[in-house]
Design a protein around this ligand. Structure first.
Ligand code: SAM
Length: 292
């Protein structure tokens, strides 16, 4: 084979690897690859992103806290929280008196989040897939999902879950990719106007506002429709957690490292400051398939 042909083959393979692993972050290769890549890069994620905290406090945390000003101790869910960007911003807001829960499926991203957030009764980190959120219906006063929807294996399922766990009247904050990389993510990203229309039509979301935010992302602010019920739900994140065994909602704290289902006694353990929900779900599903 001539040197020319070998060079062309190397270039082609390099381009394919760049497209599949870097530009599209493994999304066309399945959840395992996406999560493996985030596990691999977790230690330098924040350095790559170079978050501008002052600007993010102004554009993300402050408007969210303002939208929740009528709720005394809001419960907020951050889906695909990564290294805890949104929980950290909310920790920095003196006016925020509620609790924030971050869910992610990359253990290493969550470990970085745990290090950054420290021990706090106002934040919780849960290891679980975003397409099967471990909470009861209408559990949260607000739900956020930043820079992640395009990487989730089943975007429609994740959006349905986000809407399900938000209470009627809750603000929901999403991002929609734009720019050069959005064009590479074929079938996973659509223009913000079309995405906004989908949120209205398919998910029944209201007051959709698209805001230009970064070169790579628009912010999408929406509100879940229906009659607002601000005071009707419990105000701790443990109380809205759904049991992987009996599927009922409500856990109590047994110790610093363990929660216990209020209905069937199922335990959920913490490791490295993270609630190991996915592992418990796998175990109970395994037990169920053995029994049937
Ligand atoms: C670009 S990061 C965004 C993280 C964070 N929201 C932020 O703005 O910095 C995408 C995140 O989605 C998470 N992710 C990807 N697939 C997931 C899934 N199926 N379930 C939960 N999280 C997932 C990754 O682990 C990663 O932390």
């Amino acid at each position: 084979m001539s040197a020319w042909l070998i060079g062309a083959a190397v270039l082609l393979i390099g381009a394919a690897l760049w497209y599949l692993l870097i530009a599209t972050e493994g999304v066309y290769l399945g959840r395992r690859v996406v999560i493996a890549l985030y596990d691999l890069y977790a230690w330098r994620y924040d350095r790559i992103k170079q978050f501008d905290e002052a600007w993010e406090l102004r554009t993300l945390a402050a408007p969210l806290v303002k939208a929740l000003s009528g709720v005394p101790r809001p419960l907020i869910l951050d889906v695909a929280t990564g290294t805890g960007r949104m929980p950290k911003l909310l920790q920095r807001m003196p006016r925020f008196k509620g609790q924030v829960v971050g869910v992610d499926y990359s253990w290493q991203m969550l470990r970085r989040a745990a290090e950054k957030l420290g021990k706090s009764r106002r934040t919780a980190l849960i290891h679980q897939d975003a397409t099967q959120l471990p909470f009861g219906d209408a559990a949260f006063d607000a739900v956020t999902c930043l820079e992640a929807l395009e990487f989730l294996p089943d975007q429609a399922a994740a959006l349905a879950e986000i809407v399900r766990v938000a209470r009627p009247g809750a603000p929901i904050l999403l991002t929609n990719r734009r720019g050069f990389y959005a064009r590479l993510l074929r079938g996973r990203v659509q223009p913000s106007a079309a995405f906004a229309e989908l949120l209205r039509r398919k998910y029944g979301l209201e007051r959709v506002v698209v805001e230009a935010w970064q070169v790579e992302y628009d912010l999408i602010w929406v509100v879940k429709g229906g009659q607002a019920s601000e005071t009707a739900h419990p105000r701790t994140w443990q109380a809205v957690l759904r049991c992987p065994r009996c599927a009922r909602v409500g856990f109590r704290k047994e110790s610093e490292r363990r929660l216990r289902c209020a209905h069937c006694d199922q335990a959920l353990d913490f490791a490295e400051g993270i609630l190991c929900y996915a592992a418990a779900l796998r175990t109970t599903q395994g037990e169920r398939s053995v029994m049937t």
